[in-house]
Design a protein around this ligand. Sequence first.
Ligand code: TXA
Ligand code: MG
Length: 340
Amino acid sequence: MITKIMKADEPGVVESAAEVIRAGGLVAIPTETVYGLGADGLNESAVAKIFEAKGRPQDNPLILHISDASQLESFCEDVPPVAYELAEQFWPGPLTLVLKCRDNVPKRTTAGLNTVAIRCPDNTITRAIISAAGVPIAAPSGNLSGRPSPTTAQHMIEDMSGRIDLIVDGGSCGIGVESTILDLTVSPPRLLRPGGMPLESLEKIVGHVAVDEALLRPLSAGERPKAPGMKYRHYAPKAPVTVLTGSADKTAVYIAQHAPLGAGVICFDDFSNAFPGRVIQTIGRSGDLLSNAQRVFDALRAFDSTDVMEIYAQCPDETGLGLAVANRLKKAAGFHVISL
Ligand code: TXA
Ligand code: MG
């Protein structure tokens, strides 16, 4: 298959993408978080193609993307009032809600669960594509399964060229980490994945949020997290990663002392000269959590085209967007974390 690439501002892009979706094909769509690999979320065979293109395990459900909060009712039932409050406040935006699903959502999309993850992305072109297609778009992150999520069209080309019909190039993603996933089928609501919407912002509306165990530590054999995707090795470059937490000054000293020459280092811009002889990827200044989020997946990915044998990473504080960035780094490291 030849993968067509269209710029998001090219004439006809919305209609072309919508046509591919309606015909049961696959389109890479830009969102504010990461690129998604989209198909008609109500079409079983189209959804099956997503799993095939990514090499994704069948038991890992997909997020349904809608173009307007009013569509929530079409695919979810027993929607609690707080879901509407969150949608009103944060959609379009980087928040995914897990709700009880209606029978019209295929089992392939939900991986057989009786719940569905749903969000309205903050990207005008992608919402226009959803509207024009007339169906919700099921889309996981567009990476090959296990690889860091794509935040540019170039990343999409690397992973999906020849496997999908169309890539819509919307430039770099503004947030750079995936949406926050909140399960509203339990009380208190449960955070299944930290992401682009800070936990602190959600708690202002829903009160206390329980944090899923799978976010905090590696799972033991046979343990089943609530978000099936959280059990898989993720985001990982080929070389093993060690994450350093603690003050940026301390972690820099540790890395300078322990990282061998030729090792990879993911560091804040302020420390880019602190590791001579190592292969550096910077993720924005220390404390600039949005830059850290925008850069983290590209930094992890970049090492795959080098011959580094191991990677050391400075980790931001776990407040605001930092919780999501730290989670992605720790998952990439298989929770190999040294706290200083
Ligand atoms: O920002 C994002 O959320 C991106 C963009 C493309 O929207 N999408 C994304 O999808 O990150 P994906 O498939 O890479 O991650 C979705 C996660 C998986 O861990 C999956 O297991 C979980 O959401 N999930 C999906 N449906 C669920 C459900 N009904 N209950 C619990 N977890 C669910
Ligand atoms: Mg993903």
